[in-house]
Design a protein around this ligand. Sequence first.
Ligand code: SF4
Ligand code: SF4
Length: 89
Amino acid sequence: MAYKITDECISCGACEAECKNEAISEGDTIYQIDPQKCTECVGVADSPRCVEVCPIDDCIVQDPKEDKGALLERWKALHPGEEPAAGSF
Ligand code: SF4
Ligand code: SF4
């Protein structure tokens, strides 16, 4: 399930472009994360990019924390033939 956007979201949109897995989209009232596409940025970066750019504290939370190996397998399934970024897993 990885990361989740809470009701604190002000729908600024800053996080959407940061997600290289295209897991973030605009919902009816707030932005949302597709848990089948979120890898907690494993394979992409050394920290969750959406959390880094979100202007609101505690707006994007882990729900729940997942095993890094499982997250890397998810990333590989989303990006066949690509290599994960160094230091991202
Ligand atoms: S943690 Fe990374 S992969 Fe997950 S939604 Fe945020 S930017 Fe996308
Ligand atoms: S960056 Fe934060 S406040 Fe802005 S849309 Fe994303 S989750 Fe909502």
